[in-house]
Design a protein around this ligand. Structure first.
Ligand SMILES: NC(=O)C1=CN([C@@H]2O[C@H](COP(=O)(O)OP(=O)(O)OC[C@H]3O[C@@H](n4cnc5c(N)ncnc54)[C@H](O)[C@@H]3O)[C@@H](O)[C@H]2O)C=CC1
Ligand SMILES: O=c1[nH]c(=O)c2[nH+]cn([C@@H]3O[C@H](COP(=O)(O)O)[C@@H](O)[C@H]3O)c2[nH]1
Ligand SMILES: [K+]
Length: 494
């Protein structure tokens, strides 16, 4: 091999913390089309995915709509734990009780409710259920057009129409509406005690999803339900949360901490492994081999890598502890590979190039917060800021998120003074993940083709054999690699 460049081993052994933008991958040899690139991977030891993307356990990113959308694409989401255990379990249940990706802006009312026009949230129909929420028995349908202020919905709703099974996938649900000539149908599932409503599918939803790239192979567990992971903490009360999440069928549990190498996490890993050996356990976060060694020895099935690299993170600034994300992923990835433990590169992903770099440096998946937070499927509503349509995105260590739920973690037994390690912000509207993730993955495939890897395994083999060649980019080289020297331009990726 011509010695005109560096291997990863050499590049990352210089005592310098590098991140994605610092490094550039050199091209390899192409002998396959980009469409032939296989991005299938594992979230953790026993959880396969067909796409290497994971939504962060954050309360402005991962709830049921995100989890269902990511699973329907072949990716996955980790339901956040910044809510009481019951709420988190019901989010998990809602995501796992369907086989279709649509975003539920569907409103649910109890028969006695007297909603205002605004309560219909722009939807033509709302579902009336016994309890006034999803996963409750169907009573009828209220049309926004029939709405009368101050009048209970029971007075103007129409009786329960024909329902579709929540076990239908997208094509089956679409065919059901078309065959029956329906504009909408409640999706129902059997919770054992009888049928409960999961959501409302409308002809409009079907049309919208048809306008996106074709859905690929969904992430399904052995029971045929969507793969959804969920987060827990390391407090005593998290044992009860863990039990509830396992009962709801969580496919993997993520122990959510910025510094995973703690006695608290090691105890939790041992407890969870003893109680629920059948569920994959993902530990973290870690950025060094020493941290990874401890968690792997304790039995984790996956590792989350990244400290301070997140877009909303202030940990490195506040605590002076962390690591450049490219270095962290490479170092931990090399060690974890020897133990068969997949690595999740968590934080700092802002474009498809970062995803290519994370995966070629040894990660099996990338975890994203800000990249997904502006989507239709992220929790929250769109707002306008300086003329831009945005959605709120906040760090789980921000003061606002801490006082919402993760309070105990910070105000709990020992720590009395609250210091933020994250900020509250907003990200631009990005449309549906069902549209921009497939395009992003196509870009990743083109990157893999350029570097000469037809699969993740092949990229990791190139890394191992030192056939993957890299260099560090100077500041000027980074400027050159970006758009420069133009008076104006429009950047449209797809
Ligand atoms: N990836 C990253 O760089 C960062 C992520 N975050 C996110 O913010 C959230 C909070 O993270 P952390 O503050 O690291 O949460 P954490 O729950 O791991 O730690 C909070 C505090 O509680 C203590 N603690 C945990 N379990 C305990 C127990 N059983 N008994 C006594 N004390 C205990 C910890 O030592 C720490 O001081 C998470 O969602 C995390 O992902 C926050 C900062 C950085
Ligand atoms: O220092 C931090 N303070 C916080 O408040 C915080 N909240 C989340 N995270 C971490 O950031 C990741 C998401 O990062 P991105 O927005 O860059 O995708 C997430 O996946 C987390 O690892 C935090 N880090
Ligand atoms: K940061």
């Amino acid at each position: 091999m011509a010695d005109d460049s560096f291997s990863a081993a050499r590049l990352f052994s210089q005592g310098v913390s590098y991140t994605y933008d610092d490094v550039i991958v050199l091209p390899g040899y192409i002998d396959f089309p980009a469409d032939a690139v296989d991005l299938s991977t594992r979230l953790s030891r026993r959880v396969p995915l067909s796409l290497p993307c994971v939504a962060s356990p954050m309360d402005t990113v991962s709830e049921s709509a995100m989890a269902a959308a990511m699973a329907s694409l072949g990716a996955a989401a980790v339901v956040h734990s910044n809510a009481d255990a019951e709420t988190q379990a019901s989010i998990l249940r809602a995501a796992k009780s369907r086989r279709v990706p649509w975003v539920s802006s569907t409103q649910f009312f109890a028969p006695s409710a007297a909603p205002s026009a605004a309560d219909f949230a722009g939807c033509a129909y709302a579902v009336v259920t016994e309890r006034g929420d999803a996963l409750s028995r169907l009573v009828g349908i209220a049309a926004a057009a029939d709405h009368r202020p101050g009048v209970p919905v029971s007075e103007y709703m129409t009786p329960a129409p024909r329902t579709a099974s929540a076990a239908f996938d997208f094509e089956q649900a679409a065919a059901f509406l078309a065959d029956e000539g329906l504009d909408f149908a409640p999706l129902v599932s059997d919770d054992g005690a009888g049928e409960v409503v999961v959501d409302l599918v409308t002809a409009q939803d079907v049309e919208r999803i048809r306008s996106y790239p074709k859905l690929g192979t969904p992430s399904l567990g052995a029971d045929g339900r969507f793969v959804v992971a969920a987060a827990i903490g390391t407090r005593e009360e998290d044992k009860r949360r863990l039990e509830m999440l396992v009962k709801e069928g969580a496919n993997a549990i993520v122990i959510d901490s910025s510094q995973g190498n703690s006695v608290y996490q090691l105890d939790m890993i041992k407890y969870a492994k003893r109680m629920y050996p059948e569920v994959d356990l993902i530990g973290g976060n870690v950025v060094t081999v020493a941290q990874a060694q401890n968690l792997i020895a304790a039995g984790v099935d996956g590792l989350r890598v990244g400290m301070g690299s997140g877009s909303i993170c202030t940990t490195q600034e506040v605590c002076a502890v962390g690591r450049g994300q490219a270095t962290a992923v490479y170092k931990v990835g090399q060690y974890a590979k020897d133990h068969g433990v997949p690595v999740i590169a968590d934080g700092g992903i802002s474009n498809s190039g970062h995803i290519v770099k994370a995966l070629t440096l040894g990660a099996s998946t990338v975890m994203m917060g800000s990249f997904l937070a502006g989507s239709l499927e992220a929790p929250g509503v769109y707002e306008y800021k300086d003329g831009h349509r945005v959605k709120k995105y906040r760090g789980m260590g921000s003061l606002e998120a801490m006082t919402k739920g993760s309070d105990v973690r910070y105000l709990g037994d020992t720590l009395k003074l609250k210091v933020a390690q994250g900020v509250v912000g907003a990200v631009a509207d990005k449309g549906s993940v069902l549209r921009f993730i497939p395009y992003t993955m196509q870009a990743v495939k083109q990157g893999f083709q350029d570097l000469g890897a037809a699969s993740l395994q092949s990229a990791h083999d190139l890394l191992r054999s030192e056939s993957l060649r890299l260099e560090v980019r100077t500041g000027a080289a980074q400027v050159e690699g970006g758009i420069h020297g133009l008076v104006s331009y429009e950047k449209k990726a797809f």
